[in-house]
Design a protein around this ligand. Structure first.
Ligand SMILES: O=C(O)[C@H](O)COP(=O)(O)O
Length: 226
């Protein structure tokens, strides 16, 4: 058996301003830092073997801040691919490393021309229904951006080729990512239909915890989440 935890980053400075963010690399707001600490408190006894984030700072901060609460004795270290960032002269022995991988496929949906615009102002300009469709429908693209389906088509091949084999090896995995890349993953693992996915929301900073057993995912209820 293995555990998979999906964690949406805490509130970012642009979430607080209600701006479309997508791939704009905005950091956490103070409130988001508190949410990451709270998530870390809930997950403090969950001994992860590997951690995956997107390449966006809000997901990396959320993972690292939440892991500052972890009681399993490993030091999270970002694994870089090249040169001096990759090769250490000395790796201290007897100090276990928790590898953290930054993966572009886990990025938020690319919001195209909407990035930097206010969600409420766009609803006033284009109508609440249109903006809701851009934000929540499965296969309607926001102008110049990715639909949830596009997001699914880049995130799920990565999830299948990298995350599932790790779970099969019995590794406990934390994925710290975004509202839409995580909606894509939940759609896949809970088999949510295209019609039902628009209603599914993931709150910031609240871990979703699954046991992976016999090739299937079992969602733990909130009161079991620790
Ligand atoms: O990119 C953004 O603006 C948010 O992180 C997610 O936005 P949404 O809730 O409008 O999809």
């Amino acid at each position: 058996m293995a555990v998979l935890v999906l964690l949406r980053h805490g509130k970012s400075m642009w979430n607080k301003l209600n701006l479309f963010t997508g791939w704009v690399d905005v950091p956490l707001a103070e409130e988001g830092i508190d949410e990451a600490l709270k998530a870390g408190e809930r997950l403090k006894n969950c001994c992860f073997d590997e951690v995956y984030t997107s390449v966006l700072i809000r997901s990396i901060q959320t993972a690292m801040i939440s892991l500052s609460k972890n009681k399993c004795g490993k030091i999270p270290i970002i694994q870089h691919n090249e040169g001096k960032m990759k090769d250490w002269a000395n790796m201290p022995e007897n100090i276990p490393v928790l590898p953290v991988y930054e993966i572009e496929e886990l990025n938020e949906r690319y919001y195209g021309n909407l990035q930097g615009l206010n969600k409420q102002e766009m609803a006033e300009k284009f109508g609440a229904e249109m903006v809701h469709r851009w934000r929540r429908s499965y296969d309607i693209n926001p102008p110049g951006g990715e639909s949830l389906k596009d997001n699914y088509e880049r995130t799920i091949p990565f999830f299948k080729s990298t995350i599932i084999p790790k779970l099969q090896e019995g590794k406990n995995i934390l994925i710290s990512a975004h509202g839409n890349s995580l909606r894509a993953i939940v759609k896949f693992i809970e088999n949510i239909s295209d019609n039902d996915i628009p209603k599914f929301e993931i709150p910031t900073g609240k871990p979703l915890i699954y046991d992976y057993k016999n090739g299937g995912f079992i969602k733990k209820s909130d009161d079991e989440n620790d």
